[in-house]
Ligand binder design. Structure first.
Ligand SMILES: C[S@@+](CC[C@H](N)C(=O)[O-])C[C@H]1O[C@@H](n2cnc3c(N)ncnc32)[C@H](O)[C@@H]1O
Length: 253
């Protein structure tokens, strides 16, 4: 029962419920109303109801415009009468990139050049070290670090299929190979690494700290891009001037 409740509370499930219930209400309204509205106008009614339901369900603020715009965008795109193939291909691509996000609650966005440069300044210069990127995306960060700091051994774990395949392909083109696996980093032991890098989301940070405390070796380094661990002061913060104004939070274990 508690598993069912925790699934229902997932934002993706709440979003689906908001959209389906607002669609049902809109269809009932359309059947009962004696004023003629066109498809786009009804889609705006549906979007407004979905946004209201999302708000009532206390979903994060950024869900509200998504709820409002989802159906009008769908109607507008359908009116373009594109070949169904485009929809199938787009769906497949999005599924291969974001299909696991409903579970992980961590979408794909990439570390900037400034982040790479700042991390470079934190890595040991004269001794060998091991580095892991938790959720390594398309492997860009590992790829760049392995070129400049060749004394490191680089690891990555990525859950999303397409970014993982891209990182594997990139890896073929570089001299210092990175060890990138497809999988879930929650099932991976962090005790082998000198530096652990995470660019995730606010959702998993508390659980990540529990894992780090249990598994990481004393003296090793945890670097989190953008997301703090609630209630745990970092040893150092590096504020960057990139497009998303990233901050690196650093903890020495
Ligand atoms: C914000 S992106 C960061 C990508 C890359 N580390 C970078 O800095 O450019 C986060 C990535 O973590 C992946 N991810 C989230 N949870 C994961 C998990 N439990 N196991 C493996 N990968 C995960 C997501 O699929 C996504 O590609």
């Amino acid at each position: 029962m508690s598993l069912l409740i925790s699934y229902i509370r997932l934002p993706s499930i709440l979003a689906l419920l908001s959209q389906i219930s607002s669609l049902t209400i809109t269809i009932c309204l359309a059947m009962a109303a004696d004023f003629p509205l066109n498809f786009i106008e009804w889609s705006l009614v549906q979007g407004s109801i979905a946004a209201f339901i999302g708000y009532q369900l206390k979903m994060a603020a950024w869900w509200i415009p998504i709820h409002f715009l989802f159906m009008p965008a769908l109607v507008a795109i359908l009116s373009l009468e594109l070949s169904p193939l485009w929809f199938s291909v787009s769906f497949l691509l999005l599924f291969l990139i974001y299909g696991k996000t409903y579970q992980t609650q961590v979408p794909l966005y990439l570390s900037s050049q400034d982040v790479t440069r700042a991390i470079t300044s934190l890595l040991p210069t004269h001794q060998r070290f091991t580095f892991i990127d938790l959720g390594s995306g398309c492997g860009g960060l590992l790829n760049k670090l392995s070129k400049t700091h060749t004394q490191g051994t680089y690891y990555g774990i990525e859950a999303a299929t397409l970014p993982f395949l891209i990182s594997k392909l990139r890896n073929l083109l570089i001299a210092t190979k990175c060890n990138i696996k497809w999988g879930d980093f929650w099932h991976h032991d962090l005790s082998h690494y000198d530096v652990v890098y995470a660019y995730l989301s606010p959702v998993p940070m508390e659980s990540l700290w529990e894992k780090v405390r249990q598994e990481m070796r004393p003296g090793s380094l945890l670097i989190s891009n953008t997301f703090k661990i609630p209630g745990v002061e970092p040893e150092k913060c590096i504020q960057l001037n990139d497009f998303s104004k990233s901050t690196l939070y650093i903890w020495r274990i």
